[in-house]
Design a protein around this ligand. Structure first.
Ligand SMILES: [Zn+2]
Length: 323
């Protein structure tokens, strides 16, 4: 929970520690960025630091009674709100508003962390807006969201914004090697596949992921337009595995990107452990042909992110990449 233990977010951390040093605490902040890059951890570290009775520099000590309570989730002045099901509901915000009418119980600050604030429905958003318009004394609110456009502009304008960026791949890979004992190559490809989200990379079982990825590459590299039946089976399997659909498409994207890179800039190939397969796939293909394949995968990703039928989008993609 110390600021210097938060990985790959030097800029936001510098900004926040300066803010603590100057004791210039805004009523509300908005942390934006993709999942798993440290927004929540930073919000907790900040809340903990504000109420720590024995801070180390500006970081929380992690040992005083206040810190201990935060760590065990029992601090009465640290309130976390997260979606219940798909949404943050009006009842959750109403309960919060009631709590905020009273002064903090133990700490000097009451800290409210609203995770995935984009999950607030309109009613809940309007209720939070009321709180932000008349911020209670000694209350510090942090909202986390993927991007500002997911929130009401009136909410965004009342928060001090801090943008969190994806963590550099090398950093994520380093942590994976250290904490999960993965080899460097697997760690790097996993870091790239999870797009700099350390949280996501750490949640993956490295061994299972390696097997899954190898199988996917094996299939995608072996298909031919002359034998289309296995392709439909492949598409059906990916389309029905909803939890991994986006990951599978990302993996397919890095594959075709690598095949293209093999022509133009081989040192930038990500899946270096499949070098022979990548070379074979790029042989006899023009850069334009390979660009068209990357474009086909991109089109499928876009269509699926806009809720198109995954199976249909994948079939069209496969026809285009196998041409
Ligand atoms: Zn402490």
């Amino acid at each position: 929970m110390r600021f210097d233990s938060i990985i790959g977010q030097e800029r936001p951390i510098r900004f926040l520690t300066q803010m603590l040093k100057k004791k210039n605490i805004p009523h509300a902040m908005l942390f934006t960025g993709v999942d798993g890059i440290g927004k929540r951890t930073t919000a907790m570290a900040l809340g903990m630091a504000l109420n720590c009775t024995n801070p180390v520099g500006v970081s929380a000590c992690g040992e005083c009674p206040s810190c201990q309570k935060v760590i065990s989730g029992a601090h009465p002045d640290m309130i976390t709100i997260r979606p219940e099901g798909a949404f943050i509901k009006i009842d959750q915000v109403r309960a919060l508003s009631r709590q905020l009418r009273f002064a903090p119980l133990e700490g000097s600050w009451r800290v409210v962390i609203i995770n995935d604030a984009q999950a607030m429905n309109l009613e809940a958003s309007n209720a939070i807006l009321k709180v932000l318009e008349e911020p209670p004394k000694n209350t510090f609110i942090v909202l986390t969201a993927s991007q500002t456009t997911d929130l009401l502009p009136t909410i965004v304008s009342r928060c001090q914004q801090v943008a969190f960026r994806p963590i550099p791949y090398e950093k994520v890979a380093e942590v994976l090697v250290e904490l999960q004992g993965l080899d460097r190559q697997t760690a790097t490809t996993l870091a790239v596949s999870t797009k700099g989200s350390l949280g996501k990379a750490l949640s993956v079982d490295g061994e299972k992921w390696t097997v899954w990825r190898a199988r996917l590459v094996e299939q995608i590299s072996s298909f031919s337009i002359r034998s289309i039946q296995p392709v439909f089976g492949f598409v059906a399997a990916i389309a029905s595995d909803k939890d991994r659909l986006v990951d599978a498409l990302d993996m397919i994207m890095t594959w075709f990107r690598d095949v293209l890179m093999c022509k133009v800039s081989p040192e930038r190939i990500i899946n270096k452990d499949f070098m022979t397969k990548i070379q074979n796939a790029s042989q006899g293909r023009s850069v334009n042909e390979l660009l068209e394949k990357v474009e086909a995968v991109h089109a499928a990703q876009t269509a699926i992110s806009k809720n198109s039928n995954p199976r249909l989008a994948l079939e069209v993609m496969m026809m285009r990449v196998l041409k």
